[in-house]
Design a protein around this ligand. Structure first.
Ligand SMILES: C[C@@]1(CC(=O)O)C2=NC(=C\c3[nH]c(c(CCC(=O)O)c3CC(=O)O)Cc3[nH]c(c(CC(=O)O)c3CCC(=O)O)/C=C3\N/C(=C\2)[C@@H](CCC(=O)O)[C@]3(C)CC(=O)O)/[C@H]1CCC(=O)O
Ligand SMILES: C[S@@+](CC[C@H](N)C(=O)[O-])C[C@H]1O[C@@H](n2cnc3c(N)ncnc32)[C@H](O)[C@@H]1O
Length: 243
C-alpha cells in the first residue's frame, strides 16, 4: 500500500524549499502536479532539475481557468469532474506506489490540493509537507515587517466582491490580497475607497524568475499575472512597537 505525499514547495525559489521537501522530491518515482493547459506549471518549474531520470510524471491539466466565469454552473461542474477523475487516478496509483503531489507554497493554505484532499481523506494515507506560503516570499521581497505590535492581518482573495474587499480593508491593519490577476483594477478601487492605496505594494512572481516589486499606485494598467499579491504593511501600536 502506497501513500499520497503532498509536498509544499515554498513560494518559488527552489532554495526556499524545506529539507524534507527537497529529500521527498528527489526520491520520488511518481510525481503529479497541476498546470494550465499549454504551460509547464509553476510547481513543476520549481523542481526542474531535481527529479530522478526515471520518474513518471502526471500533469493534471485544468480544463479551464479564466475561459469561463468561475462562479458559473459550467465551471463548477467541469472542475468537480476534473477533481473527481484525478482523485480516482491517484487513489488507484497509490495502492501500489507512493505518489508525490507537488504544490506551490503551503498545501493547506488555499492550495489546489485541498480539492483532492477532501476526496481522498480516509481512503488513502496522506502526508502533507509544510511549505513557506507565497505571501511570505512576497513580503520578504518588499523588505519591511508586514505586521507588528497589535496589528490585525487579513488575507483577502481578489475574487471577492468590491464592497467586501473595501470593508475588510478598512477594518484591518496589515493586508494581503491574493488572486489579484484580472481582479487588480477592482482591488485597486477598493484600496482607494478604504484610503489604503498609497501604502500598497504589488509583488508579481515573488521569489520566482521575473519577480517585480512596485508601489501599486505607480502601476499602469489594470492587469497583472495570476501569481501576484498586493500587500499593505501594518504600522504597529506606535512607531517603535516591534516585538
Ligand atoms: C477561476 C479562478 C478563480 C479563483 O482564483 O478563485 C481560479 N483560477 C483562476 C485563474 C488562473 N488560474 C491559473 C492561471 C494560469 C496561471 C499561469 O499559468 O500563469 C490563471 C490565470 C489565467 O488563466 O489567465 C492556474 C492555476 N490555478 C490554480 C493553480 C494551482 C495553485 O495555485 O496551487 C494554478 C497554477 C497552475 C500552474 O502552475 O500552471 C488553482 C486554482 N485556481 C482556482 C480558480 C481554484 C479552483 C476553483 C475552486 O476553488 O473551486 C484553484 C484550484 C485553487 C484556488 O485558486 O483557490 C481564477 C480566475 C480569476 C480571475 O477571474 O481572474
Ligand atoms: C491557489 S493560491 C495558492 C496559494 C499557495 N498554496 C500558497 O501557500 O501561497 C494562488 C495564489 O497565491 C498567490 N501566490 C502564491 N505564490 C505566489 C508568489 N510566489 N508570488 C506572488 N503570488 C503568489 C497568488 O495570489 C495566486 O493567485
Amino acid at each position: 500500500m502506497g501513500r499520497i505525499i503532498c509536498c509544499g514547495l515554498g513560494p518559488g525559489d527552489p532554495d526556499l524549499m524545506s529539507v524534507r521537501a527537497d529529500r521527498t522530491v528527489r526520491a520520488a518515482s511518481h510525481v503529479a502536479y497541476f498546470r494550465k493547459k499549454g504551460r509547464p506549471g509553476q510547481a513543476r518549474r520549481i523542481v526542474e532539475g531535481m527529479l530522478a531520470p526515471d520518474v513518471t510524471e502526471y500533469p493534471m491539466e485544468y480544463p479551464v481557468t479564466t475561459e469561463i466565469a468561475f462562479d458559473s454552473v459550467e465551471y463548477v461542474q467541469l472542475l468537480a469532474g476534473f477533481h473527481d477523475e484525478w482523485a480516482e487516478r491517484l487513489a488507484r496509483l497509490s495502492r501500489a506506489v507512493d505518489v508525490v503531489v507537488l504544490c506551490e507554497g503551503d498545501p493547506y493554505f488555499y492550495g489546489s490540493f485541498m480539492h483532492l484532499h477532501t476526496r481522498l481523506q480516509g481512503r488513502v494515507e496522506i502526508e502533507v509537507i509544510a511549505g513557506i506560503p507565497g505571501m511570505v516570499g512576497c513580503w520578504n521581497g518588499v523588505g519591511q515587517p508586514i505586521a507588528l505590535g497589535d496589528d490585525v492581518t487579513t488575507v483577502l482573495m481578489g475574487t471577492l466582491a468590491e464592497d467586501e474587499l473595501e470593508r475588510h480593508m478598512r477594518d484591518s491593519d496589515a493586508l494581503v490580497v491574493m488572486k489579484t490577476g484580472r481582479n487588480l483594477a477592482k482591488v485597486r478601487r477598493a484600496l482607494s475607497s478604504a484610503g489604503r492605496l498609497d501604502d500598497a505594494w504589488l509583488v508579481e512572481r515573488g521569489t520566482m524568475p521575473g519577480e517585480r516589486v512596485v508601489r501599486l499606485a505607480e502601476v499602469d494598467g489594470g492587469d497583472c499575472p495570476y501569481f501576484a499579491i498586493v500587500l499593505v504593511h501594518g504600522k504597529g501600536r506606535h512607531p517603535d512597537a516591534a516585538e
